[in-house]
Ligand binder design. Structure first.
Ligand code: FES
Length: 94
């Protein structure tokens, strides 16, 4: 199946310098996956969320990219993570 929205959440960890892993990416990923499951949006619901490697904006993370629409997001709280899921749920994918 083709997902309406596919989220890539950077969970990369760097040895020196800021990185999404130490800036809360795993909490963001967990909140998103929980919200997707709770709303029946994962798998056949049309929205997929996966871990990703570095996007190069490490000091601004956790960074999330949504395809196919190609939007970039800095998500710093679980509330922002859930808000993005809710926004995608009401937005048709490309
Ligand atoms: S560590 Fe996430 S963008 Fe580089």
């Amino acid at each position: 199946m083709r997902y309406q929205h596919h989220l890539f959440i950077c969970t990369n960890e760097r040895d020196n310098g800021p990185c999404c892993a130490t800036r809360g990416a795993f909490d963001v990923l967990k909140a998103m996956k929980h919200a997707l499951r709770e709303r029946g949006l994962d798998h056949d619901g049309g929205i997929m969320a996966n871990k990703s490697g570095c996007f190069g904006l490490c000091e601004q993370g956790p960074n999330v990219v949504v395809y196919p629409r190609g939007s970039w997001h800095q998500i710093h709280t679980t509330e922002q993570a859930i808000a993005l899921i809710d926004e995608l749920a009401s937005t048709p994918g490309g």
